[in-house]
Each structure stands twice: as C-alpha cells, then as structure tokens.
Design a protein around this ligand. Structure first.
Ligand code: ADP
Length: 235
C-alpha cells in the first residue's frame, strides 16, 4: 500500500530528523510506528502524507508518487491529528461532510451516515462539537479522516493524553476499522499500545528505523513479557 524508499529529511536549521528510511506498509494491516518523543514519528508521517517535503528519497502511495502525483496519493490517505481545531460550534454532521468536500468529492450523505454509524456517532450528528465528550471528539477526528473514503488511515498518537478507559475504546475503534479493510498506520510511544494493536511494529529512534517485527509471530515465539523487553531494548 505504501513504499518508503531511502527517505531522509533535514530541516532548515540543519537538523536531520529522518535518516535513509525504507519501509513497506501492507494493505489491510495495522502498522505501529513506535518511538520515544523526538524520534521522528510525526515528521515521517508528515513526509509520507506530503505535508512536508523530503530531502531525499521517495514515497509511493498505492503506486502514486506523493510528490509527482500528489493529488492522487493524498486522496488515498486519511490523516487523524491529535486534536480538533477550532470547530466548536459546528455540528458533527457538518464537520464530517465538509471534510469530504475539501477533497473535491461529491456530496454523499449515505457515505457520511455509514462513517458516523461505524464510529457510533450517528445519534450525535446534530450536536455541536463543544457538546461532545473527549472520546466522541476523538471519534469525530477519525470520521473526518474517513469522509473522503481513503484506503489508508494515519493516526498520530491516537491515545496521547487520554485515560485508560478511553484508550481501550480507541483501540476497539481502530481494530474495527482494520476489520473493515482500512490499512492503518499509527504512531505511539506506548509499547503496550503497539503490542495490543499492531500486526507489525516498526521502532524508530533518532530518525532511523531500527527494527520491524511481526507482532503475532514474535508474541508466539517469545511470549508477551519477552516481546515487551525486546521492544524496550530497541527503544
Ligand atoms: P516525534 O513525533 O517522534 O515526537 P518529531 O517528528 O516531532 O518526533 O520530531 C523529530 C525531531 O525533529 C525532534 O528533535 C524535533 O525537535 C525536530 N523537528 C521537528 N520539526 C522541526 C522543524 N520544523 N525544524 C527543526 N527541527 C524539527
């Protein structure tokens, strides 16, 4: 689904945030990019999504180069940021349908309804965002990203700063989406989150991918305690 080849990023101040990254994301999987703060997770996602230019290398999204063929690549990507911006007075329905419009897609109320139902937001469609709980707001972020029918969903630290209960709720939501065929890439600095959710885990440290593992295979081979230790050492 996504191929990252020889990707490097050096910022204007000379800081190299990504170093020669090669990565393949398979269709239908949940891939967790695990790394400590400052490792380069957000930068890597931003470059893959075409929001930040790479200094070297290239990214193919479903065969489309994310620079040369930006629009086609971007259409296939849904990006879930950490926080809602200033849309407090807008309803859930309007927020999500507007998001579809931004991608130049024709209105499709049936699709918006499907997305809202999948995220158990249907009953709240007439509510303004400021009336929603923290968990519902996070689900609206996902609904917005799904509005234009992307094939792959990027979630940047989906459970940063949320309580344990909400974290579990988010895990359920994301697994449900994967089961419906959406390819998912998420960033996290929680080992537990990567282990719980991901089919494969990539560890990023100081801008380098230092390990990519199949979670299920390693869990069988090592057991969950040793897997955690193994990831902990890589971090
Ligand atoms: P993570 O998401 O893993 O916490 P980031 O990708 O946000 O890490 O940042 C990686 C590194 O790049 C950090 O050291 C950060 O300070 C640096 N960085 C991020 N954006 C810029 C920028 N625009 N200019 C210079 N350095 C940056």
């Amino acid at each position: 689904m996504i191929r990252v080849e020889g990707l490097s990023k050096t910022f204007a101040d000379g800081f190299q945030a990504l170093k020669d990254i090669d990565l393949t994301i398979r269709r239908g999987e949940i891939f967790a990019l695990l790394g400590p703060n400052g490792a380069g997770k957000t930068t890597l996602i931003s470059v893959i999504c075409g929001l930040v230019n790479a200094s070297q290398g290239r990214v193919l999204v479903d065969g489309h180069d994310n620079v040369l063929d930006y629009r086609a690549a971007r259409q296939r990507i849904g990006l879930v940021p950490q926080e809602l911006t200033n849309e407090a007075f807008v309803t859930v329905w309007d927020t999500v349908s507007f998001s579809r419009g931004l991608f130049g897609k024709p209105k499709d109320p049936a699709h918006i309804e499907k997305v809202l139902r999948a995220l158990t937001l249907w009953e709240k469609r007439h509510n303004r965002l400021l009336e929603l709980s923290g968990g519902m707001k996070r689900r609206v972020l996902i609904a917005k990203a799904l509005a234009h029918e992307p094939d792959v969903l990027f979630l940047d630290e989906p459970t940063a700063g949320v309580d344990v209960e909400l974290r579990r709720e988010m895990w359920e939501v994301v697994r449900g989406l994967r089961d419906q065929g959406v390819t998912i890439i998420l960033t996290t600095h929680y080992i537990e989150e990567a282990e719980e959710m991901a089919d494969r885990i990539g560890v990023i440290r100081n801008g380098e991918i230092v390990l990519v593992e199949n979670t299920h295979a390693l869990m069988q081979q090592l057991g969950s305690k040793e897997l955690t230790l193994h990831l902990h050492e890589a971090l």
